[in-house]
Design a protein around this ligand. Sequence first.
Ligand code: CAA
Length: 386
Amino acid sequence: MTHAIGITDISAATTSLFFPLTSLAEAQGTSPGKYLRGIGQHEMSVPGDDEDIVTLAARAAAPIIERHGTKEIRTLVLATETGIDQSKAAGIYVHELLGLEHNARVVELKEACYSATAALQFALGIVARNPDEKVLVIASDIARYELDSSGEATQGAGALAMLVSADPAIMAIEPASGLFTENVHDFWRPNDRSTALVDGRFSVTVYLRAVTAAYDDYVSRGGAEFSSIARMCFHQPFTKMAAKAMQTLAKHAGAQSVASAVSSLEETMIHNRRLGNTYTASVYMGLLSLLENAELGAGERIGIFSYGSGAVAEFFAGTLVEGYREHVRPGALTVQLDARREIGYEEYRERHIRADRTGDYETRAEGKGPFRLAGVRESVRVYEKA
Ligand code: CAA
């Protein structure tokens, strides 16, 4: 018997601080309209001293573990481009914080913002072979660019966890998938850097090229026509990027009204406008926002476009399951977003510089989540329950 396989639970987390883009514009002498309307961003989440991708990942996944337990989870895949170790998978710390079973595997995946989609595909394959097993996929990132660079306004932080299983409660993922890979230097972070290097305008061009290429590959492999996809979620380095992507794709696919296709994205942007870029988590933050805020029915098809600089892209789709909304915890991420403490420009810059510290250190207790990074002791990261 063939089972539907897909997302059976989804939960997100963010940090304890935020920096408004109006404050950035004011300090730079830039018009706030450039950020609020031009790139479509209002705020960026900023990590507290004791928050990192591990505490964010565990905070995102904790409600899923509370609901489903640990017994059936045989795999944890953590997607990130904010690696904390060149060798050890960050997910091993998350495994311990969540109390997962010892007979579960843990691995980290990397390809810029794309790798959570690779993790999801990996999970679908595992569940197809072993329908009794569940896979926990977590995307967790802190997006950092250099101070005073063009990318500065598109920083952010957050994590999103998805539980993948047979007979999913939220969305069944369809088998058709469209792919695109090209060796480019639009955005990358060499090993000796803590902030990304980016050719901003070029990155937008490659992203748009990848949208049509991945979509064409999707259609050629039996994917659904544009008109039979009810809503779409695009990777959102900034929300305006999704609007540009939809405009390009709708024209390319011969949509009847490009304007209404673009405005149909609104419900996917509610969280991302406040989080900033969450790299690997971003497209799935868009999906969560859509699931929480749109009126959609069972069987409706959601298209997903995932993009990672460098570059790899994928277009695929899923169909909503009857009663999906009962499983998505509407408002839970908004509570975290509302609870963040606002910081000013001087504090934002001090924290940006402090985040580059190396060696051993102890952290200040600032995080609002259930887990914290206590410090680095003899080169070992020490996490604890808050
Ligand atoms: N009111 C309204 N709009 C205004 C405005 C005002 N007062 N002033 C400017 N604007 C508009 C501009 O017209 C422009 O809109 P269009 O793109 O629609 O023409 C928009 O605001 C941005 O202005 P600029 O293009 O001048 O901005 P910039 O060059 O300083 O920075 C950016 C834009 C290059 C994207 C920069 O934010 C950046 O480098 N970001 C990081 C890279 C990135 O996110 N790339 C996206 C694709 S790569 C990817 O997706 C992977 C990833 O996650 C990084």
